[in-house]
Design a protein around this ligand. Sequence first.
Ligand code: GLC
Length: 412
Amino acid sequence: MAIPVPEKRIADFENLGFGMFIHWGLYSQLGKGEWIMNLHGIPKEEYSKLINTFTASKFDAHKIARTAKAAGMKYITLTTRHHEGFSLYDTKGLCDYDVMHSPCGRDLIAEYVEACRDEGIVPFFYHTTLDWYQDSFNNDFKGYLQYLRESVKLLCTNYGKIGGLWFDGNWSKPNEDWEEDKLYSLIRNLQPDAMIINNTGLGERGKVGNPYIDSVTFEQGRPTPMNREGMPKYVAAEMCQTLNAHWGIGSIDFNYKSLPSLIENLCACRKVGANYLLNVGPTGEGEILKIQEALLEGIGGWINATGNAIYTGKPCSICSENKNFALKDRDKYYLYIHDLSTIGDSNVIVEGGGTGWKQFSGAKDIGTVKSIKWTDNNESLEFTQDGDILNVNCTGYEYGKNLVVRVAEVIL
Ligand code: GLC
């Protein structure tokens, strides 16, 4: 069966490849994650007082967009409203629980969108569908859905062209009719080029659902290859992940992932053609923590050293039996080699193994390989091509370098 051709907005989304997720809201002031209201049972009357201290005094949208850019991220998905129900945008009278009614008094989404445009980053809007603030969510669900649509309409009309909308929360009432068609057709009409994404949550990773949906989600999980044969339309995939164990800032959460594992996660996503949406949780005042910024900067350094195939390279026939993989970018192939060691004096270098001949299969139809070289230093690699099998002698890092995952360009 045929694999459908992606519509332009979906193909463009796949080429963005790597994005920044931002969880920021009233909860950030407490520094204990975005679920604090619910999980610690804080009554709405008490919790909502956080609006009175929300100043966004250190929120510098340009600085955040530059941080994303330095990390090699091409888009940002910001929580315009999370489950707590507070909006970072001007709701134009729809609800008093918004940024205009806080001491901040600025439309932060307007600032965000403008900064993204200035820095060449595509702005996406996360929007909750479940709501702990609106009584109508439990008492008058149809009325609530109308409020939700009016909210989304504001986001689709007041900020110019946006990359897409990222919904989250339908899993909270799995048996309700969310009137998805009404919400999604509204977006399609107002923002024809916007991606429509609905997080299927931890329980149903990779599930497509409504026909309007343009990308599946793999929250906090390794994305698996999508079988698109016979699908009515081509749907992209995206994996979102926390840097530590919380989305909204956890001031006492030191459980950070290592830089090598983040680089490998980016690779694992791109290996199956999925985007990687990596989260930061700014402080209550709106500033990204130094430790988070530093990890992102490290990933940007890796992308700079290894090249752009990580964005536009696509999964292809060449494969291996371990973490190593290949991407095809136009007329070239790129091999992503893991676990190499550094070469040099055995009194200085810890033996790591990992260098030497690596085998790939699926090379039968790619044409005759002329040469293979590392992208970071242009060193040519020995190889043999025999029918379906491509063997490459992968040298280790020269002393002074270690890229975690090293990239070789295959020239035909
Ligand atoms: C979950 C959580 C939410 C978070 C989201 C990000 O659905 O409810 O807090 O925003 O995952 O993927």
